[in-house]
Write a protein that binds this ligand. Structure first.
Ligand code: XMP
Length: 519
């Protein structure tokens, strides 16, 4: 996927990833300047890098020390390309080492804010103040600049905060311009892109959509394309995009697994029918799923049953409406990066249990038009394609749906209770303006009962747990600090309106060590 040829698609800035936790952030910052960027492993060959038509190359930071044996190096002689190069942290140390400078391992890691003094007369710091706050996070340091380089920024603790070989347009930054704490980081990145690489800021939703539509048409020709849609952001945007390219050659399939939220089936059917010219195939398979789940209490088993049920239903539909040559999927860039091997912490494959997805061996050729985009970019493309805010700001919803929010057996009456609780919580979040501030929010219905008192009567009913988290990618998350008053109002509303729930708890666990979902 990632190796695809961008030759006819214009210029890009190539980021070689040494495993920094900030690598994706670099890509985002570049795209925010309307310049296309692609992340590749340092093991990339020169031809592979050339294929991306780079107008500049960035070497990311990373957890290794260039002084350590076996530390990652570059497979390609990137300097032979003659395009500007910017090394950040590990990237700068590597450039220095490659150019023959001495790099030393510091006895302690420098971490946090530093104020650096910037030399005038260099392109990287144009329009930024002489003295500026930057974010450092490094163990190694370069002692003297390599031949041909001069220091363009420094501080007492980091005398070589930035170096440059202006003749060959090679730059190194000891600090991280991509992180928010580097006050003029955005300007520095912008200067590198526009002034040093000569990038044209033309990348955006419109150029993306035009280019993808053309590519899909060329690839698909008169063949037919199958896709699964759930009403979630990724699959909705993907379907709209493919629909724009090939219209009725697309067959979008929406499966009701009986585990969706209140009124979700009708809402999703309505939205997708409004936005797609292709006819939506709706399959009510709820009986099949719920029957399969009867008596099952183990969470992994529940996931397996749901996963295989989905594949069965989808296969049936593909035979009924087929044959299809292609399957379109809403895979995003982080999924692509995470499934590739690289070095350092970003090599940790996400542990997401992709239940509700499809296996790779269904026998179709894949079309993944969003595989170079981040979530916020997908949302922008969605807005450009005319999807409503309500659709594009939706929280993620897991493939196994409400089944993972009902610990233990999935009973139909419990699904109904959970749907009511969830709806009250989500409506309140939207009403009070908190919905967009949290990454994900939902309710869980516990299989335990507790004592309560309603009027003069003793009650013995279920406990609902509310969960709201903040996150940027779902891999780590913090519990959302929703105001007490808000939680109080929601709790009252749930207990008053939902017959069967007499207690509401708020989940204050972070991920890790907890997960976002309860199962
Ligand atoms: P956890 O619970 O692992 O969830 O912290 C992280 C994110 O992934 C979603 N999730 C899933 N999404 N199929 C999906 O499509 C799944 O099986 C699945 N399990 C969890 C979860 O909602 C959260 O956004």
């Amino acid at each position: 996927m990632i190796e695809r040829n961008l030759k006819d698609e214009g210029e890009s800035v190539v980021i070689l990833d040494f495993g920094s936790q900030y690598t994706q952030l670099i890509a985002r910052r570049i795209r925010a300047e309307k310049v296309f960027s692609v992340i590749m492993p340092p093991s990339s060959k020169l031809d592979e890098i050339k294929n991306e038509k780079p107008i500049g190359i960035i070497l990311s930071g990373g957890p290794s020390s260039v002084t350590a044996e076996g530390s990652p190096e570059l497979a390609a002689d990137i300097f032979s390309l003659g395009v500007p190069v910017l090394g950040i942290c590990y990237g700068m140390q590597l450039i220095s080492k490659m150019k023959g400078a001495e790099v030393e391992r510091a006895d302690h890691r420098e971490y946090g804010h530093t104020v650096v003094e910037v030399q005038t007369g260099n392109e990287l710091f144009v329009d930024t103040p002489h003295s500026q706050r930057v974010w450092m996070s490094h163990g190694d340091r370069v002692i003297t600049p390599p031949d041909g380089f001069r220091v363009i920024a420094g501080s007492e603790s980091s005398p070589l905060a930035a170096i440059a070989d202006e003749k060959n347009r090679i730059y190194g930054l000891q600090f991280h311009p991509e992180v928010f704490h580097t006050v003029y980081g955005t300007d520095i990145i912008k200067n590198f892109l526009l002034r040093i690489c000569g990038a044209e800021p033309t990348w955006g939703s419109q150029s993306f959509v035009e280019r993808e539509v053309e590519k899909i048409r060329e690839r698909v020709k008169s063949s037919r394309v199958l896709c699964a849609v759930s009403g979630g952001v990724d699959s909705s945007v993907m379907a709209c995009l493919v629909d724009r390219a090939i219209g009725s050659q697309l067959v979008p399939v929406f499966v009701d697994n009986g585990l969706l939220r209140l009124n979700e089936v009708d809402e999703v059917k309505k939205i997708l029918s409004e936005h797609l010219s292709a006819e939506l195939v709706f399959v009510d398979a709820s009986e099949q799923f719920l029957k399969g789940l009867e008596g099952v209490t183990d969470s992994e088993e529940k996931r397996k049953i749901i996963g295989s049920c989905f594949i069965d239903v989808f296969r049936e539909q593909s035979e009924k409406f087929g044959p299809f040559e292609f399957l379109a999927q809403g895979t995003l860039y982080p999924d692509v990066i995470e499934s590739r091997s690289t070095v350092g912490p970003s090599a940790m494959i996400k542990s997401h249990h992709n239940v509700g997805g499809l296996p790779e061996n269904l026998g179709f050729e894949l079309i993944e038009p969003l595989d170079l985009l981040f979530k916020d970019e997908v949302r922008e493309v969605g807005a450009f394609l005319g999807l409503s805010d309500h659709t594009i700001d939706r929280h993620p919803f897991p493939g196994p749906g409400l089944a993972v929010r009902l610990p233990g057996e999935v009973k139909r009456e419990d699904l109904e209770l959970l749907r009511q609780v969830d709806r009250i919580f989500i409506d309140a979040l939207r009403r009070d303006g908190f919905y967009g501030e949290v990454w994900q929010a939902f309710a869980v219905l516990l299989p335990v009962k507790s004592v309560g008192v309603m009027g003069d009567e003793r009650t013995y009913q279920r406990t609902a747990v509310l969960r709201a988290v903040t996150s940027t990618d779902g891999m780590t998350a913090d519990w959302a600090k929703l105001p007490y008053e808000f939680l109080q109002t929601v709790s009252n509303e749930i207990i008053n309106k939902v017959d069967g729930v007499n207690r509401v708890a708020y989940d204050i666990s972070s991920k890790p060590p907890s997960t976002i979902e309860w199962e």
